[in-house]
Every structure is written in structure tokens, then in C-alpha cells.
Design a protein around this ligand. Structure first.
Ligand code: DAH
Length: 339
């Protein structure tokens, strides 16, 4: 029995030295010290011993148990320490590892084109003016020669805050605000948001953007209007671009026109994009109506001016060949990522 106890002690010690994990440690504990373990099995045979041998073997068995227990505890400490060290080693910051990539944003297509338009006009000596989006009926309509019963109001229905206060339908009211505050010479563009109670579809939105232009000075003619806007069109769409002025009507300009540019897809030959026309309309313009000038305290006998209004969405859609305006507002990264 003594031999058996000693060999249990030896074997337990040997396997404990090899133990690497808590699980292995537990298996060893069960194997040697558990209720069905080897030590218990030996102790069960104590009955076969003589009364003299019993206390001696009992003591030896207790010593073996105690030594195994002590070894288990020490090994447990050793494993814990090794695990901690391993963890610390693994958690070390590796500065050579590739970092997490953070997505860099970029300009929205509306802003790409708007910034180009601003650059072009700033380069020609224009300033940038701004006006409120919540506007008085007076500035949005009355002062632009669109009285209460004028049919032009039907095409520019909007959202009213009160009877006299509304969300502006055009950037043209900024013309009035600038002329009220500034003596000629005036040379401004005014980009901004405008609103109309239109249902959303591929070419309409209740919120869109315009860029207004206004030049007032002595001796300004339709020639200045044409030359400036031709230079603008060439800068925006390329040197081969030609423009075409078509007679039109706006209440706040006289004479008025719409300006077309040669189709950038077919260069003027006619294609589906320009519906076979060779030209595409990009803006409305004209000579500022004398009534509008005098309403702002500018003497139409001394000064003259031209004005124009461009729809930014149209410019962007033609520029990037986008066939549905809604794409510009939906913030879908699959779309926006292309610009
Ligand atoms: N405000 C006009 C519109 O929304 C566009 C426009 C046409 C502006 C002629 C002008 C202009 O300044 O002279 O349809």
C-alpha cells in the first residue's frame, strides 16, 4: 500500500508539472483526489491492514493528499500567471497594424457645381449676396412687378406662413434687397434655396436651388448680358459651347429671354438628351424692368441693368447626366459615392 501511495504522489506530481490549463488541473484533481479517484480507492482498502499498519498508512495517505493539494494550488497560481502574461503579450498595441479606415466625406454634386458657378462669377468681379428663405410677399412678388392678381403667381404657388409672409419661390427677391441697400454699380450673384408647392417627381421638388444674378450700372445693355452669360456657359460646359437667346416673358424684366446652350451630349446635332433640338434651356434672363428699378429707388433714366436666374439642379443634372432629380436629395451613398 505504501508503494501505491508513493506512486500516486509521484504520478500526480509528474502530471501536474505538465498541466497548462485550469481544465487539465481540474481533471488531475478529480483523477487523484476525487470521490472516485485513485487515493480514495487506496484508502478503501485500509480495512485489509493490520491495526498497527493502519495509523501509519493513514498518516502517509494524508501527507500524500496534502502534498498533491499544495501542488495543485501552486500549479494553479503558475497557470494564472502564465495566462496573464500571455494576455498582456497579446494585447500589446501593434503600431504597425493597419488602422481602421475612417470614411472621408466629399462635396455633394449640387455643391460641386455651385462652387464652380461661384468661382466663375467671382472671377468676373461679382459679389455674393444672400437673402432670407422666409420672405415677405412684397419682395417675392410685388416689388418684382407681380401684383396680387398676376397670373405668374399661379405657377409659383408656395407655402404661406401668413398672408404676407411665405417661403420664397425664387431667388429674385434678393435683387430687390440688394438694390434697396446698395447704390449702383451692382454686380452680384445670389445662390440659395427656393420653395414651391410642387409634388415630387423626376424633375420637380418642393425645395430646390437657384442662382440669381444682377448687374446694375450706367449704360448696361443686352450685349453685356449676352457676353457675360456666354462666358459663363463656356467656362461651365467647355469652350465649344454656344448660347442662344429666345424671347420670353418675365414680369420683372423687359425685354426678357430664355438662354439655351448647345447640348453637351451631341454638341448641337440633336440627340435624345436635347430631344433633337441641339440646344438645352438653362436659364431665364432679361433687362431689369424700369418699374422694378424705380421701386427700389434706382433711377431708370440714369441706370440700367440685367438679371438672370439659373436652376442649380438643372445644371447639375445636365452636367453629370442624371435623369432623376430625386437622386440629389435621397442621400444614397451608392449614388453620392460616384462624384
Ligand atoms: N425667377 C425666375 C424663375 O424662378 C427666373 C428668372 C428669370 C430670374 C429672369 C431672373 C430673370 O432674374 O431676369 O423662374
Amino acid at each position: 500500500m505504501k508503494d501505491m501511495l508513493e506512486s500516486i504522489a509521484r504520478e500526480a506530481k509528474a502530471s501536474l508539472e505538465l498541466a497548462q490549463s485550469k481544465q487539465e488541473l481540474e481533471n488531475i484533481r478529480v483523477k487523484y483526489l476525487g470521490k472516485k479517484g485513485e487515493l480514495t480507492a487506496v484508502l478503501k482498502q485500509m480495512g485489509k491492514l493490520t491495526p498497527e499498519e493502519r495509523p501509519v498508512m493513514g498518516q502517509l495517505a494524508n501527507e500524500v493528499r496534502a502534498s498533491i493539494e499544495a501542488l495543485i494550488e501552486a500549479t494553479d497560481e503558475k497557470i494564472k500567471k502564465a495566462e496573464l502574461e500571455k494576455k498582456l503579450r497579446e494585447e500589446k498595441l501593434d503600431v504597425t497594424m493597419p488602422g481602421k479606415k475612417s470614411e472621408l466625406g466629399h462635396k455633394h454634386p449640387l455643391n460641386i457645381v455651385l462652387d464652380e458657378v461661384k468661382d466663375i462669377f467671382l472671377g468676373m468681379g461679382f459679389d455674393i449676396a444672400t437673402g432670407p428663405e422666409v420672405e415677405w410677399d412684397y419682395y417675392n412678388f410685388e416689388a418684382l412687378n407681380i401684383p396680387k392678381d398676376h397670373p405668374a403667381r399661379d405657377t409659383q404657388d408656395t407655402f404661406y406662413i401668413t398672408e404676407n409672409m411665405l417661403l420664397r419661390t425664387q431667388t429674385s427677391p434678393v435683387q430687390i434687397r440688394v438694390m434697396e441697400q446698395q447704390k449702383p454699380p451692382i454686380r452680384v450673384i445670389s445662390p440659395g434655396r427656393v420653395f414651391r408647392s410642387d409634388a415630387v417627381d423626376a424633375t420637380h421638388s418642393p425645395l430646390f436651388h437657384q442662382i440669381e444674378g444682377l448687374v446694375v450700372d450706367k449704360g448696361i445693355t443686352m450685349g453685356d448680358l449676352k457676353g457675360t452669360l456666354e462666358a459663363f456657359a463656356k467656362r461651365l460646359y467647355g469652350n465649344d459651347t454656344k448660347i442662344r437667346l429666345r424671347p420670353h416673358h418675365f414680369p420683372f424684366t423687359e425685354p426678357s429671354c430664355e438662354i439655351d446652350v448647345t447640348c453637351f451630349k451631341c454638341g448641337g446635332k440633336g440627340c435624345p438628351m436635347c430631344k433633337g433640338e441641339g440646344f438645352i434651356e438653362i436659364l431665364g434672363a432679361g433687362m431689369v424692368h424700369p418699374k422694378v428699378l424705380s421701386g427700389c429707388g434706382v433711377d431708370p433714366e440714369v441706370y440700367s441693368g440685367y438679371a438672370f436666374g439659373v436652376g442649380l439642379e438643372r445644371l447639375v443634372m445636365f452636367r453629370f447626366d442624371i435623369d432623376d432629380m430625386r437622386l440629389l436629395y435621397e442621400n444614397d451613398m451608392r449614388f453620392l459615392g460616384q462624384f
